[in-house]
Write a protein that binds this ligand. Structure first.
Ligand SMILES: [Zn+2]
Ligand SMILES: [Zn+2]
Length: 338
């Protein structure tokens, strides 16, 4: 079978590999579509500190079951499935509390193990979730990035009618926005990239404002009738944003960091403290988040295909993916189809 290997930053090559063989607990899946994540792009650019080469990328993976091990019960040959890419240990404190997304020794398919950019992927039964038979691969490959937003929002307790600001209007920001809206919140997006704001306004039912515009603060106040936001979700990973995100909260609000910054953050505690905000972080997602997104898609509350702007066939992905690393190409979410 063919596998697309990222051998070094910016360098892909196709390798011929033997097809994987199912162990007792394993499910072997013929891959049908893989969405490309921001973290894949940073691995391609050599900017992902957690990443090791060579690696087969791809953690946003869907396909059809080709074979199952003898002990497998939840799926059978021919079922459509989506990959749940977290590989958790099952016995650390976090795992025992059901927080498998932040396991102490967490690994991810497509990051620490070879992922979905190959014709077949074999993984344990617990890493696959069965899908409705009528769900097309383009929809199914978007489920994992949508679960990142579902998990992020599950950390917060804002309610219907509350106002939520999502800073960073990329696919992960939008994934948070659609889950917050599904809970009934009024959602506003903010980004420093004017073209991205325009894309969001034309493809999604949310206002998207430019952080760099003079009217930024005024637009936030107008949206919230001067009260500011019940929750602020910062997906930027940028300290210039994260150090100030709490300033957009109402008193008693909730601040959530989705993007990870690899150095110190700094702000004035007195002003922060006076608001009595709650501060959260979020990582990855759990099976419950996958089930939540499946039900929202089934109910028509989330339309995953709105995210996808670019499509490439698997055998042309090696030349196309490095181009998708350039924001100027207008890529919002790209997908590889097999
Ligand atoms: Zn991702
Ligand atoms: Zn664990």
């Amino acid at each position: 079978m063919k596998a697309l290997v990222l051998t070094a930053p910016g360098r892909f090559s196709y390798e011929d590999r033997p097809e994987p063989v199912c162990g007792e607990q394993d499910v072997k899946v013929r891959v049908e579509a893989v969405c490309v994540c921001g973290s894949d792009v940073s691995a391609i650019l050599g900017r992902n500190a957690l990443f090791t080469y060579p690696r087969v990328l791809g953690h946003e993976v869907t396909g059809t079951v080709a074979a199952v091990g003898e002990a497998v019960q939840s799926v059978q040959q021919g079922d459509r499935v989506v990959l749940m890419p977290c590989i958790s240990c099952g016995h650390c404190r976090a795992c025992r509390k059901g927080k498998t997304n932040c396991c102490e020794s967490l690994r991810l398919y497509g990051v620490k193990e070879d992922g979905g950019m190959q014709e077949y992927l074999c993984a344990p039964e617990r890493n696959w979730l069965k899908l409705p038979t009528d769900m097309v691969p383009r929809t199914a490959a978007m489920i994992e990035p949508l679960t990142i937003g579902a998990h992020a929002v599950s950390r917060l307790s804002f309610g219907s009618g509350d106002r939520v600001l999502v800073i960073g209007a990329g696919p992960i920001g939008m994934s948070c926005a659609v889950s917050a809206a599904a809970r009934g919140a009024g959602v506003m997006l903010a980004d420093t990239n004017a073209a991205r704001c325009a894309f969001c306004r034309s493809h999604f039912p949310f206002p998207a404002v430019n952080v760099l515009s003079k009217e930024y603060r005024q637009e936030l106040e107008n949206f919230t009738e001067g009260e500011m936001f019940d929750a602020v979700i910062d997906t930027t990973a940028a300290p210039a944003s994260m150090n100030h995100a709490w300033e957009y909260l109402c008193h008693g609000g909730e601040l959530l960091f989705v993007g990870i910054h690899n150095k110190d953050l700094c702000w004035n505690d007195l002003s922060f403290h006076m608001k009595e905000p709650a501060l959260f972080t979020t990582r990855n997602s759990t099976r419950a988040d996958f089930e939540k997104i499946l039900s929202l898609i089934g109910a028509g509350q989330i339309e995953p295909e709105r995210f996808i702007t670019h499509t490439v066939a698997f055998d042309r992905a090696a030349e196309e993916l490095p181009r998708w690393a350039d924001l100027e190409t207008g890529v919002y979410k790209g997908i590889i189809v097999f």
